[in-house]
Design a protein around this ligand. Structure first.
Ligand code: GLA
Length: 416
């Protein structure tokens, strides 16, 4: 049964206390006075049951219709997005595409704009899936995000190597980066509104990550990436996106980076906090502090990849590094057959608290994007341990809204 239906029937039961009161009914007639037929009409028992069923159905439909959608609830504060896979943006998965259209007003592609997907070989691009993604976004008036131009994961090895497998020179790598950014951003100029230009460039200790980009080009690869993207689409918003930006050392490094870029007039417009979080952390205070810090540097702040795992975390340090892998172990997969109600409620509270924190920065936070649509296809089921059953999003495995959805709606700023 859907959450709405459950809620509707709960509301219905509550109403029964009044409308179906003993005083209202004769011993032989279970229909309350509001539903009583005119005196001269006689209804059979089965007709009466049908009438009750229709009344219940109408109440349920009304409850669903009255519930605002995510995009309606946060209208005027920030856009609410989802990361999409091809089955959703090609509308093959009709149910989830309909859900996306109804609930969200921004989209991010899970994979199709990553280097390995769109530019698998030196001289060949694969635009078809990304074109479909952008078409879907435009057709449905979404704020379309491009993710991501420069990253150390999901980038083919050839990008960093010559034909003999040796590292390429700074000059060659800069040219490859330039050509990639110019081609991809140029193709979607004016349609993709914001780009994650560089992804995950700071390490946990706050230093610049020693990725092949850094090692071959040097620290200025970041400003070059922003400059190339700006040249390819001067109107697009350009972001630095990363995880764990709520932790002290990493945030300090990220703030220094943004200050340096601004001092050099590099065209950066925003910072993305990925927020692949768990039930306990980071705390709303840590999130508020991170948003404030980047906001003070006049950055737009976006929550770009939100999901909340309910599963035990298997390593000493929290991370969202996709290269972390841990062997499966049934003890680390406690809810294969469903989420206990107590954890469901914890998840709802956590989501409510998170959105409350984000909404307290309306205007600085311009977008909150969930990393996926429903629990069924979330990457969390397979990372960092394969084959687990996680419940990290707002819609369940049948695409029905969870209590967490309701908590998010309730956390929205009240409209005057
Ligand atoms: C990182 C990346 C995303 C995605 C997620 C999880 O955070 O930025 O593109 O790959 O990991 O899948």
């Amino acid at each position: 049964m859907s959450f709405f239906a459950t809620r509707a029937s709960r509301e219905m039961r509550a109403r029964e206390g009044h409308d179906f009161s003993r005083a209202d009914r004769s011993p032989n007639n279970p229909i309350p006075s509001g539903l009583q037929p005119a005196r001269n009409l006689q209804f059979t028992c089965s007709q009466q049951r049908v009438a009750i069923f229709i009344a219940l159905l109408c109440t349920s439909i009304l409850a669903t219709a009255q519930q605002p959608t995510l995009k309606q609830a946060y209208d005027g504060c920030f856009v609410v997005g989802a990361a999409l896979n091809p089955s959703q943006f090609t509308e093959k998965n009709e149910k989830e595409s309909a859900l996306v259209k109804a609930q969200f007003n921004s989209t991010t592609p899970e994979n199709v704009l990553k280097w390995e997907a769109i530019h698998p070989q030196l001289d060949s691009y694969n635009f078809a899936p990304a074109d479909q993604y952008v078409d879907f976004g435009q057709k449905n008036h979404m704020f379309i995000i491009g993710h991501t131009l420069v990253w150390h994961h999901q980038t083919p090895k050839w990008v960093f190597e010559d034909e003999k497998g040796n590292p390429v020179s700074r000059k060659v790598l800069l040219k490859r980066m330039h050509d990639h950014i110019t081609t991809v951003v140029g193709r979607y100029r004016g349609r993709v509104k914001g780009w994650d230009v560089v992804n995950e460039v700071i390490d946990e200790d706050g230093s610049l990550r020693k990725s092949p980009w850094f090692n071959i080009i040097g620290p200025d690869y970041i400003e070059k990436a922003f400059e190339y993207a700006h040249k390819a689409d001067p109107q697009a918003q350009l972001y630095y996106n990363d995880y764990n930006l709520e932790t002290e050392a990493k945030r300090k490094g990220a703030l220094e980076l943004v200050k340096k870029l601004k001092a050099k007039h590099v065209p950066i417009t925003g910072v993305g906090l990925q927020d692949h979080v768990n039930l306990d952390g980071p705390s709303p205070d840590e999130i508020n502090a991170a948003i404030d810090d980047f906001g003070k540097l006049s950055m737009k702040v976006m929550i770009t990849e939100l999901d909340v795992t309910v599963l035990p975390w298997p390593t000493p340090q929290q991370t969202a590094d996709p290269s972390v892998r841990v062997a499966s172990n049934p003890k680390l997969n406690p809810y294969p057959d469903g989420l206990p109600d107590s954890v469901q409620q914890q998840l709802a509270k956590r989501y409510g608290d998170l959105f409350h924190a984000y909404a307290s920065h309306c205007g600085v936070v311009t977008r909150v994007t969930l990393w996926g649509v429903s629990d069924k296809s979330s990457w969390r089921n397979g990372w960092p341990i394969p084959g687990r059953t996680d419940y990290p999003l707002l819609f369940d495995r049948n695409d029905e809204p969870k209590p967490a959805f309701n908590a998010v709606i309730e956390a929205a700023p009240k409209k005057p």
